[in-house]
Design a protein around this ligand. Structure first.
Ligand SMILES: C[S@@+](CC[C@H](N)C(=O)[O-])C[C@H]1O[C@@H](n2cnc3c(N)ncnc32)[C@H](O)[C@@H]1O
Length: 277
């Protein structure tokens, strides 16, 4: 079966890719080193503490769940990938984990004090539906915090990789239509969606997350092996295109961050916080 089919929908691609155990493990062990740096901002954003009943959507391998549990919260993690949930259950036995879709939650109205979404927004086909579901399950005064990688308008490994794909990728390889990877980093897009769903006091904070690498091509490898969207664009590339994309990423890292032998490659994030009214 080819990596991505012409009839593929964005939803089907996301579900299929994240279900792969090797992709999930690569994300957890390597790519998420940067995502882990964003966890404290999500935990503080929802003001998690001993009295907090928290829901961690798109919980993946449980990094945000761990942060919430350490703050004393009682946490339910939800994800649709059994491979991710297996890692999460092993990592955070104190939390409860549920397999499910962030766009259709099976929880009662107003049953949580806090909802976190660590890098889930770019992966759901209908982000406003997730925001509406988060609002429905939050009590008034409860808090939502979600993280999204900054887009290529700032210095970011994400820009190096997607810029290289644009320049050197085979034109026949494209993703099915879906939300933009960085849409919800834009407050002009995110805040009106939040306000329409019943949130107020929206604010954003920046996190200077990064990867420490000793290979300037590592950002290419991380996207190739540990992401659904980037991987679906990279894995089917013919060898010449793949080599050109990796070489372009190497050049960019050397140009921006010097000759090495170690590099601190930025992949900054934005955390958006809002209060349910
Ligand atoms: C980029 S990972 C983020 C993992 C973790 N929250 C973090 O901050 O590193 C995205 C996660 O969202 C999950 N996911 C994507 N779409 C989903 C959906 N519609 N419902 C539930 N989980 C979803 C994937 O399985 C994956 O575990």
């Amino acid at each position: 079966m080819p990596e991505s089919q012409e009839s593929d929908t964005f939803a089907a691609l996301e579900k299929r890719e994240w279900a792969k155990a090797d992709l999930a493990q690569s994300y957890a062990q390597v790519f998420a080193k940067a995502a882990d740096m964003v966890v404290p901002s999500l935990v503080e954003g929802v003001r998690a503490g001993p009295d907090t009943k928290a829901l961690d959507l798109c919980c993946g391998h449980g990094n945000v769940t761990t942060g919430l549990v350490r703050a004393g919260a009682r946490v339910t993690g939800l994800d649709f990938s059994p491979a991710m949930l297996e890692m999460a259950r092993a990592a955070v036995p104190e939390a409860r984990f549920v397999e499910g879709d962030a766009m259709a939650l099976r929880f009662d109205d107003e049953s949580f004090d806090a909802v976190t979404i660590g890098f889930g927004m770019p992966h759901v086909p209908d982000p406003p539906k997730v925001v509406a579901e988060a609002r429905r399950v939050l009590r008034p005064g409860g808090r939502l915090a979600f993280s999204v990688w900054c887009g290529p308008e700032v210095d970011t490994a994400l820009g190096y990789v997607f810029g290289a794909i644009e320049q050197y990728g085979a034109s026949s390889i494209a993703l099915p239509p879906g939300p933009g990877a960085n849409d919800y980093a834009d407050p002009d897009l995110a805040f009106p969606v939040l306000e329409k769903a019943g949130f107020a006091h929206c604010r954003q904070l920046a996190v200077a997350s990064n990867w420490q690498v000793n290979d300037p091509g590592a950002p290419y490898d991380f996207f190739l092996e540990g992401t659904a969207r980037g991987g679906a664009l990279l894995r089917p590339q013919p060898p010449d295109n793949a080599a050109a994309i990796r070489a372009a990423v190497v050049s960019k890292v050397l140009e921006k961050h010097g000759p090495g032998p170690k590099w601190n490659v930025p992949i900054p994030a934005l955390v958006t916080v809002a209060v349910a009214v």
